[in-house]
Design a protein around this ligand. Structure first.
Ligand code: ADP
Length: 227
């Protein structure tokens, strides 16, 4: 495994370029996550966090700059290569869980593994292992609608890690939960990240949660600075 899981250098992004409505959202973002490092991305709404996370996760492309994931430079990579690296190396978590409603918690974690070619037996074992880390094995066979908001989000974390990515990108992962639930669910996320040894870039408004991570970066005027 590479020492650096995620590296962005000089990343820029402008929406509506060349029109009066142009917005320079990213003006030269540099960030590097070492293997196992958990970094908070703190910024007000509209500052460009989602844009940055989408570019880092290969869901969008920068206008300039480079994105490197698990040692591979993804700049100008063919779509097929980007899709493969995104599937194998990047886990995403959003504010809303986006679980498939007609499948159980365990099945939601198994399905992405089957899509990646893992056997059912191995995928089931991996799902149980992840559910165990976040403390909800007894809820494994419930559908999302039968789970609390905090439990749904824990399942979404497990699903994001199902294919053993190198990097976890999270956009306000506890933003939909009440403060007490947010606190314990965030603890579950940190345990999961620590036990699996992956790197994470986690956007949050919550300074208390940010302070529990290894490092805090603030996004301001389209660049990242230490908070
Ligand atoms: P955050 O996640 O920090 O709230 P975003 O990355 O979603 O911020 O958006 C940053 C800025 O870019 C906002 O001003 C937003 O309106 C603008 N923006 C985001 N996506 C688009 C788009 N597809 N087209 C035009 N403007 C956009």
């Amino acid at each position: 495994m590479s020492e650096v899981s995620l590296r962005l250098v000089g990343v820029t992004k402008t929406y509506n370029a060349g029109t009066p409505a142009a917005v320079d959202v990213l003006r030269g973002v540099d960030v590097s996550l070492n293997t196992g490092e958990v970094v908070a991305l703190v910024a007000p709404s509209g500052a460009g966090k989602s844009t940055l996370l989408h570019i880092a996760g290969l869901l969008d492309t920068p206008d300039a700059g480079t994105v490197e994931i698990a040692g591979a430079d993804m700049t100008g990579g063919a779509d097929r290569k980007r899709t493969t690296v995104r599937r194998d190396e990047v886990g995403f978590v959003y504010q809303f869980h986006h679980l498939l409603p007609e499948f159980s918690a365990q099945e939601n974690i198994v399905l992405p593994q089957l899509a990646a070619g893992v056997s059912r037996r191995v995928a089931d074992a991996r799902a149980r292992e992840l559910l165990d880390i976040v403390g909800i094995v007894p809820r494994a066979h419930h559908r999302p609608a039968a789970l609390s908001g905090g439990e749904q989000q824990r399942v979404a974390f497990c699903r994001a890690l199902a294919n053993q990515p190198s990097v976890l990108l999270a956009d306000e992962p506890t933003g939909n939960l009440d403060p007490a639930t947010s606190d314990t669910v965030f603890d579950a996320l940190m345990t999961l990240v620590r036990e699996t040894g992956l790197s994470a870039l986690i956007a949050t408004h919550n300074m208390e949660l940010a302070s529990r991570m290894d490092r805090q970066l603030r996004m301001d005027q389209g660049v990242l600075t230490p908070a």
